[in-house]
Ligand binder design. Sequence first.
Ligand code: ATP
Ligand code: MG
Length: 320
Amino acid sequence: MVKQDSKSLMIQASGLTHYYGPYAAIEDVNFGVERGEVLGFLGPNGAGKTTTMRILTGYMPPTRGKVTLDGFDIVEQSLEVRRRVGYLPETVPLYTDMPVNSYLKYMGTLRQMPPKAIKRRISEVIDVCRLGDYRSTLIGKLSKGFRQRVGIAQAILHEPEVLVLDEPTIGIDPIQVVETRRLIQELGREQTVVLSTHILPEVSMICDRVLIISEGKIVAEDTPENLAERLKGSEQMEVEIGGPVSQVLPALRALKGVASASHQSSHGKEIYTIQANEGQDLRDEISRTVIGAGWSLLSMQTMGMSLEEIFLKLTTHEEL
Ligand SMILES: Nc1ncnc2c1ncn2[C@@H]1O[C@H](COP(=O)(O)OP(=O)(O)OP(=O)(O)O)[C@@H](O)[C@H]1O
Ligand SMILES: [Mg+2]
């Protein structure tokens, strides 16, 4: 087997475009994934995350463009690609009337793994995915979070070098979300992982790098830290201050680093909404000012930006 274009990148996608009928779900998407990297696709509903992942895994060919995985072309050498990829699809086609271990055995057979390897790997993945108490349970009787773990178990069964996980934590309870993220982090130490999510903090926790995808295009690409830094500018705070509004409001507005401040009374509380300038952390300054003037600082809260706001900012204000 001749490898094409074997660079150090594990995945290289160039000019990816996919049409569903006349509609372009993704257009001219380009990115690379380093070996051992954990890359996150962050984007709202309909952005094109699932479409991109289906292409990466060889599940469907792109209308235009090219992807290589470990140097193999995903269309021309799809068998080689499939061997190297584990895929957790958006909706996992689990057989609800099969017990967990039979299902995994079936998936191993489908992938033409040798019987000995199947046996060894089932016991390993059951361990890794903490499914030990459920190996004989019918999949249909498992909770959503545990089904998701079975989905991950089947994705890693054949020891793929690349894992593609489509919204691995969607629809599961907070405790299982924490567990699943921990599991992905563990897997990410050994493997190359591409995952998609709507959740910004999730990428910060798990990913080395983030691609923000919106309306079928990549609108930003950065480390979670840099992304957070770039977005800090529009950080907003809500502060409750006890003191005369006619003095507090001008004092806040006079602070260096405050872009704007407004006031409203709510149930006898004086609430100030403060917008900080790019990259400014005003908490210290605000508390010193308030206390120095003899007023009381009753609460201070930073308002995280919603994903929508981030998209708006990235798609309308940034030159990329
Ligand atoms: N099989 C299909 N036939 C027609 N249009 C499709 C099909 N699958 C997806 N689309 C459209 O392509 C666009 C991208 O969809 P895709 O599923 O890739 O988005 P996504 O980012 O995964 O969204 P979500 O966060 O909701 O899962 C959407 O506008 C969607 O309606
Ligand atoms: Mg999707």
